[in-house]
Ligand binder design. Structure first.
Ligand code: FAD
Length: 301
């Protein structure tokens, strides 16, 4: 299957390294907002001008060396500083494996604590993105440790494809939660495989969190889900301050602008950095039509 093929490519270390050297290629520039902080700040300002807030993701994941995790931490601290200095409407999204979760739990915890401390000083929110099933529990464990320490500027993601999604959404009801379908290939023992089952679970947990949770980020490009939840919030009089829609940078741009124009809170997930390859391959896996981006780029030279 094409999906499996692109997911396998996304995890290929050699290709990840090669892509790092050669800069944004293959059409990735339409879905990755640059390779450095000045470039990403420019993209954020453009989105802010349309009333869209941003969550910034320094690309990088599955880091296996301490030096790489430390470099990622320093770069994320620099992004936080840049958000503050540029006075942009933006917060941080990060992947716990990028900060060393695969290397050493305590080391990753210290890196994440430092990031939350700095962000907290500027009143900036930090979202822990959630990765494949092997990393879900360790990431939630670190989150729990940091919540116990009293941080209140942190939230996370619940992936609707997991059978345990309902349990997770209830556990984290007092946090700002992003609900997604789930981007990784997971076995049938733990995750729904069919789109209709995933979509049904998405709606179930999203409705529950909208009614009971602190703040819900409805992250999807699926207009069926968006339209359903628009009707749901209206019917239940859920105030706009309690939720937002989120989409990825470069996808369904017209719909992003339209939702913002209709007065909904809208937040674009803005990835940037040299490690664009794994992210880009996962987007191709989700929607092979995105291959159009690649084809256009190759032939428009
Ligand atoms: P899909 O099921 O991909 O699409 C449903 C339908 O929507 C399609 O059939 C089509 O009709 C329409 N559609 C979709 N895309 C387009 C398009 N570009 N143009 C036109 N029509 C389109 N996953 C994780 O596992 N962990 C995370 O932390 C995480 N964070 C995310 C943050 C954000 C802001 C977003 C948007 C996604 C995130 N994801 C994350 C990815 C997510 O899990 C899905 O893999 C991804 O969003 C694809 O699913 P979808 O909900 O967009 O809808």
């Amino acid at each position: 299957m094409l999906r499996d093929f692109f997911i396998a490519l996304s995890q290929n270390q050699f290709l990840n390294q090669a892509a790092r050297k050669y800069g944004l290629k293959l059409g990735a520039q339409s879905v990755v907002a640059g390779t450095n902080i000045p470039e990403v700040m420019k993209s954020i300002k453009e989105l802010n001008a349309h009333g869209i807030s941003c969550t910034v993701d320094l690309l990088g994941e599955f880091v296996s060396k301490k030096e790489e995790a430390t470099e990622a931490k320093e770069n994320i601290l620099a992004v936080i500083e840049a958000i503050h200095e540029n006075k942009v409407d933006a917060h941080i999204s990060l992947k716990p494996t990028q900060l060393g979760l695969d290397i050493d739990y305590q080391f990753a915890l210290e890196n994440l604590r430092e990031i939350l401390q700095k962000a907290s000083g500027y009143n900036i929110f930090v979202n822990f993105d959630i990765e494949d099933s092997a990393h879900v529990q360790p990431a939630y464990d670190i989150l729990d440790d940091l919540l116990r320490e009293g941080f209140d500027n942190v939230g996370t993601v619940v992936q609707a494809y997991f059978h345990r999604a309902e349990e997770y959404i209830q556990k984290y009801k007092d946090l700002r939660i992003r609900i997604v379908k789930g981007a990784y290939k997971e076995p049938a023992e733990i995750a729904y495989q069919d789109k209709k089952d995933i979509d049904a679970n998405y709606l179930k947990i999203a409705e529950w969190h909208l009614l009971n949770g602190k703040f819900t980020s409805i992250a999807t490009h699926d207009h069926h889900i968006i339209n359903h939840l628009k009707r749901f919030v209206e019917k239940h009089n859920i105030p706009k301050e309690k939720y937002e829609f989120q989409m990825l940078y470069g996808f369904r741009k017209d719909m992003q602008l339209q939702l913002a124009k209709e007065g909904y809170n809208f937040c674009t997930y803005v990835p940037f950095g040299q490690d664009w390859y794994g992210y880009f391959m996962r987007r191709l896996a989700e929607r092979p039509q995105n291959l159009n981006l690649v084809v256009k780029q190759v032939f428009n030279k």
